[in-house]
Design a protein around this ligand. Sequence first.
Ligand SMILES: Cc1ncc(COP(=O)(O)O)c(C=O)c1O
Length: 403
Amino acid sequence: MTAVAGTERWSELFAERTRAEVGGGLFEILALAADTELIPFAGGFPDPQTFPADRTKALLEEMIGAGDLSAFAYSPTRGLPGPLDALASRLETHQGRRPAADELLLTSGGIEALELVAKSFLDRGDDVVVEAPTYLGAIMAFRSYETKLTAVALDDGGLDVDALERALVAGLRPKLLYTIPDHQNPAGVTLSAERRHALVALAQRYGFLVVEDVAYRELGFDGEALPSLWSLAPDVVVQIGTTSKTFFPGVRLGWAAGPAEIVSQLVVAKQNTDQCAGALGQKLLEAYARSGAMDEQLVRSRALYARRCGRMLAALERTMPAGVTWTTPRGGFFTWVTFADEVDAVDLTRRAAAAGVAVVPGSPFFPDGRGGSSLRVCFSKVDDELIDVGIERLAALVAERGT
Ligand SMILES: Cc1ncc(COP(=O)(O)O)c(C=O)c1O
């Protein structure tokens, strides 16, 4: 158990399922990510300069001035009709498929959409496939239902769908497969077009549900995106999304789009989770999206993150000793840096923090303890000049111990 001295009074009573989440020592390491004194390569956060503060102020004044009080009230569990319609229109524009009214649900962030899917589908011992590595929040959400996680490797083309197929042929029968096809967290890679088709074909053949997380989809540096899995195979995919990177995370909004039967079940699950996403945020999102401001901001956000990514990759190229590799993102917030086996990424993370740089070691992103020689390095919320300083310091630490 990981109780802090003097606070262990209740932990013996905590539910069994709360115990084995992220290994004890890693809490301390993940806490370093929150240290605001360090050069911030750790948290996967949007840059505050992308937050529409002025626009939000104006929208609030307009809404209140017009006497619309629905923003202050409870919303229907599925979401308010206007915001749902605005979101459906965005999905139609950006993904070429419009969800029917019963195929879409507004949630309190992407993480809630994930939680609702887990709550609706998973019993203790169920098999779930995730990518190796994958989003830590997803590992925690699936683990909290005491499921069995199988991690399938990914490479520069995203999830290794051939490896998945081999596991299925060998008898693996997951209920769910969770994937982040675009600019993946933490690896920064994107699932190839060919693999997208192959993946949904496997879901159709073997009868599992694909949970497609599109958190970074709209942040491709060139503004282009491959077909979403949900648009390719709406019969076997639930898409979960978030407005945290395209609007602002403080509003806590996301969505789930999928087969009507599943979305109805998610609505039921939401009734006894938080009942509804906040109406105020929903109304703001609707106005922001309909006004075109969301797409205008996206153009600026993509340019900002592309510039920082370019600077980080150049700094890695310039400074890292031979033998170190990293992924080349085409969008999103992250690159994944891998060292020779002798480098212990947890130790490197501690030494980096002592040198004023926050990173996250690879192992929390695997459900099975792998990732010991990798780091997730995030470029989204760090000033351009600090990118060079931070990467130079990291490279010096790596060189100290050999690669
Ligand atoms: C892949 C992925 N999915 C979901 C989320 C959760 O987003 P939200 O802030 O909407 O809960 C994140 C946040 O970092 C993420 O990286």
